[in-house]
Design a protein around this ligand. Structure first.
Ligand SMILES: NC(=O)c1ccc[n+]([C@@H]2O[C@H](COP(=O)([O-])OP(=O)(O)OC[C@H]3O[C@@H](n4cnc5c(N)ncnc54)[C@H](OP(=O)(O)O)[C@@H]3O)[C@@H](O)[C@H]2O)c1
Length: 212
């Protein structure tokens, strides 16, 4: 059994990861400011602002998952929070999995990341902040931290929840598309990929992308 702290564990991404982790028998600690409408049985919910809660719970973790979104009052605050989480994870000897955005991927090997080009207005701020969290991790990750940065597909999120299919593809920094040119992944399948990587770590200090 692995103890997994999911920061943002009641959100879209975090909620799916919490459910998948609990269903595999792991000990799960979900951190958020408010409780979910439906608690997942067996999960320990720790409520409060992440920066107040994580110094207390991360020392218990084998794995820390960062799944807060840079929206609302968290806009502009994710890099600082994730820098703290990365340092606490290193101190705890925990693997650190940070969820970012599709726009940090590249359309082709060596090509600029999507975030370096034109972005739809409604995604721009979130994409730029997600990219800043990636850059922070790659450039400043504490020595010895076993980190993973995971980008979901383009069509991903509460607005495109999708179904659990039980399969996914894991790529590197180059975005994966299906034969119809679509990049999508459901929340449940994304969580499957994250938990498979937690249970059988294959990528270390790497940026990976998950798509169907
Ligand atoms: N296609 C894409 O590229 C794509 C699409 C969607 C999401 N994403 C990325 O995936 C990540 C997660 O996004 P999401 O949509 O799954 O998030 P979300 O649904 O908005 O969930 C955010 C979670 O963080 C918690 N939270 C927020 N501020 C907090 C704080 N100060 N302290 C403690 N907990 C806090 C929220 O609960 P409380 O509000 O109760 O605290 C909630 O559990 C983000 O990095 C986002 O950019 C990428």
């Amino acid at each position: 059994m692995t103890t997994i702290v999911v920061v943002g564990g009641t959100g879209y991404t975090g909620g799916h990861i919490v459910r998948e982790a609990a269903s595999r028998g792991h000990q799960v600690i979900a951190v958020s400011r408010s409780l979910p409408s439906e608690e997942v049985p067996g999960v320990r919910y720790e409520t409060g602002a992440a920066e107040d809660v994580v110094p207390r719970v991360v020392p218990e973790a084998d794995v820390v998952v960062a799944a807060v979104s840079p929206r609302g009052d968290m806009s502009g605050r994710l890099v600082g929070l994730y820098r703290t989480l990365a340092a606490l994870s290193r101190d705890a000897g925990a693997r650190y999995v940070q969820v970012g955005g599709f726009s940090s991927l590249r359309p082709a090997e060596g090509a600029p990341r999507f975030v370096e080009g034109e972005l739809p207005e409604q995604f721009r701020d979130e994409a730029l902040e997600g990219e800043a969290t990636r850059a922070m991790l790659v450039e400043e990750a504490p020595e010895g931290l076993d980190w993973l940065f995971v980008s979901p597909a383009g069509s991903y999120g509460a607005w495109a929840a999708g179904e659990r299919t039980g399969s996914y593809r894991l790529g590197g920094e180059v975005a994966l598309f299906d034969p119809a040119g679509e990049s999508s992944i459901s929340g449940a399948d994304f969580a499957l990929a994250v938990l498979d990587e937690i249970d059988r770590p294959r990528h270390h200090r790497e940026h990976v992308g998950v798509a169907y």
